[in-house]
Design a protein around this ligand. Sequence first.
Ligand code: FAD
Length: 356
Amino acid sequence: MKDTRYDMIILGAGLCGLTLAYLLRQSGYRLVILEARRRLGGRICTQYNPNQPPIEMGATWFGQKHKTLVKLLDELGLDYFEQYMGSHAFYDAVSSGPHQVELIPIPTDTEPSYRIKGGSHRLIEQLALHLPSRQIVLDQEVKTIIKSDTHFELRTSDKTYTAHRVVSTIPPALLVSAIDFKPRLDEQIVDIAGHTHTWMGESIKIALSYEEAFWRRTSYSGTIISRGPITEMYDHSDEEHQRHALVGFLDDRYVRARRAQRLMVILDQLRKYFGPQVENFIRYDEYLWRDELYTYTSYSGPMMPHQHNGHPIFNRSGWPEFYIAGSETAKTYPGYMEGAVVRAYEVFRAINKAAK
Ligand SMILES: Cc1cc2nc3c(=O)[nH]c(=O)nc-3n(C[C@H](O)[C@H](O)[C@H](O)COP(=O)(O)OP(=O)(O)OC[C@H]3O[C@@H](n4cnc5c(N)ncnc54)[C@H](O)[C@@H]3O)c2cc1C
């Protein structure tokens, strides 16, 4: 096995890991990011296809209240645009009784949502562009972490890496279930992390692209709030209103259905709102996050959304040079893109403080 030595290893090339590496870019540390997937971005996952707007299969929206993220976008020269909401939404969310679809006016949003121009992946790309390419190694799932008195040893299926400092940005529940720690991590941390909800880990994201945004021809907006099978849907046209799509979430009970069955129930529901034109889509895309080995892990008991997100225990891993990061560990807006960036800043400050 090849032995590779570093000052610092970051686990995960999602938004948190890449932002941290970006903040540390002038620190002089010999640093590497080990990423299990063959792509960057983690839960930021934009798909680019001809004649389609950039399709967000992961993180999409943010607001001005997400100050750290907005500051980072500005610093990287990335522009963003307001989510089109239109004037009326289909509402069918009452949980009992027969389905009753109402067309309800959408109140003027005092806190609009935004999307990154060109897709959320632009943020990942820009961060990566500031790092030497040798600093990111894809297809390296860390399976074992061994701590000795002087350093950490990280093992993947084909390599062993060593470092004096390790920062994990893997969702906490996955960190403690998928990685074998020698010696074991503190029991309390294992317990809290194992019961920390990974935001959106169960979700099914769906997208239908069309040549025309027919939903904009009327006072409809493409916005749907329903008890299912599609639970939420929004206009997903690009910033120039040139390429069009509807993007939303499917009830996660459909995770074990076949793709064709999911598409059938989606079209059945959309037909009720917009008529037969819904069948003229250019392309159907879906992403089942529950099947993503490097995001989702099943939990041992019932789980509330955002459970234990931002728990103070994540500030002390029990090992001085081992940091537990990732969006779910942030003090503010854990689970969201803002949380991922906030946490990168928090760990950056902690590392600098420890170095003094
Ligand atoms: C469907 C969906 C919709 C979302 N919508 C929004 C939204 O609209 N707005 C918003 O703000 N947020 C949204 N989010 C949440 C947002 O995506 C996350 O908060 C953010 O991307 C988390 O970044 P992260 O770097 O902390 O974690 P991740 O993106 O999960 O990155 C962790 C990285 O670690 C890697 N990894 C895992 N295991 C290992 C291992 N053993 N070894 C090495 N690497 C490993 C993973 O592959 C991944 O790249 C959404 C998420 C999903 C899934």
